[in-house]
Ligand binder design. Structure first.
Ligand code: CAA
Length: 292
């Protein structure tokens, strides 16, 4: 099961990161987006990231050679000959099922379909296609060019050679794959989400300030970011969505959103991307905790 041509659906933060690491690892990559402006934005992000990595001497080739393997398209037909198609579009079941169903008739039968979803059931997505045996989860972490982990997710229908090919593919990307199965949240979010929600509850209960809770976990546990910085980094609307899916799956209070998270999302304070979340990013290099 040879993988040489990679398709990526979506050129946002995750899609562009996945496309970048695949091209860096030597694969020919075609990235699909609905509109050219989304491709332009994603490609500009890749350019910045590749330049940064080249400056640090972490690339084996010049950025130009890597860019030459990357192609953007707004035509789904351009994905027809891909060996694997990795979807990283908006976290919406209906949208994901729609795009998989339409690509199922376009992309060659032998190709593997993968989803980068962090919480939606892979099984639910796979039933939009007629290739359930060739359907897996490949969950990357933000920022994709730096984070080493990929969760490789099997369903009850995944064929063993497909799973092993996907696992080997993740290794070829220079990542460290872990094996997991289709239970909402997989390994990382199963453990990370209750921790992040507990940090919000601790703040709501007056255990400490936003800054002190962040510093406590950073300096006391050696985490690269405290929970509030990480929440703002991941995106509060993304985390809120994940809590809803996880709570719906497990019906356990540890996955339920604290009121403050919901309020911030309703207010449109999504974190770094909107300039406001638990911190204010008016001066991005010196975020200030908001009074909440
Ligand atoms: N490409 C290339 N370089 C990048 C980059 C990218 N995409 N993003 C950051 N960098 C570089 C920065 O430019 C910086 O370079 P210099 O040292 O030359 O200045 C370097 O990486 C370090 O970055 P920062 O100085 O900004 O900050 P940092 O030392 O804290 O590192 C970090 C940043 C790697 C993101 C680190 O803070 C970290 O590991 N944070 C935790 C991230 C995390 O937990 N991610 C998972 C989130 S959960 C998820 O993604 C899944 C889900 O389902 C929600």
């Amino acid at each position: 099961m040879e993988i040489s041509k990679v398709g990526v659906l979506g050129c946002g933060l995750m899609g562009s990161g996945i496309a970048q690491v695949a091209a860096t690892a030597g694969f020919d990559v075609t990235v699909f987006e609905l509109e050219q402006k989304f491709l332009d934005k994603g490609f500009a992000g890749m350019e910045k990231s590749l330049t940064k990595l080249a400056e640090k001497g972490s690339l084996a080739e010049a950025p130009g050679a890597i860019r030459a393997r990357l192609k953007g398209t707004t035509s789904p037909q351009d994905l027809a000959s891909c060996d694997i198609v990795i979807e990283a579009i908006i976290e919406n079941v209906a949208e994901k099922r729609k795009i998989y169903a339409s690509l199922d008739t376009i992309v060659k039968r032998e190709a593997i379909f993968a989803s980068n979803t962090s919480s939606i059931s892979i099984t639910e997505l796979m039933t939009a296609t007629r290739r359930p045996d060739r359907f897996i989860g490949l969950h990357f972490f933000n920022p994709v060019p730096l984070m080493k982990l990929v969760e490789v997710v099997r369903t009850v229908a995944t064929a063993e050679p497909v799973y092993e090919a996907a696992y080997a593919f993740a290794q070829k990307l220079g990542k460290v794959p872990v094996r997991t199965s289709d239970k909402t949240g997989f390994i990382v979010n199963r453990l990370l989400v209750p921790y992040l929600l507990d940090a919000i509850r601790a703040y709501e209960e007056g255990v400490g300030s936003i800054e002190d809770i962040d510093n406590a976990m950073k300096l006391g546990c050696g985490y690269p970011m405290g929970p509030f910085s990480l929440l703002d980094f991941v995106g509060l609307e993304t985390t809120y969505y994940i809590t809803q899916v996880m709570y719906d799956e497990f019906k356990q209070s540890r996955f339920a959103s604290p009121p403050l998270l919901k309020r911030l999302v309703m207010a449109g304070w999504y974190g770094r991307k909107t300039g406001k979340g638990f911190y204010d990013y008016s001066d991005p290099s010196h975020p200030k905790p908001n009074r909440l």
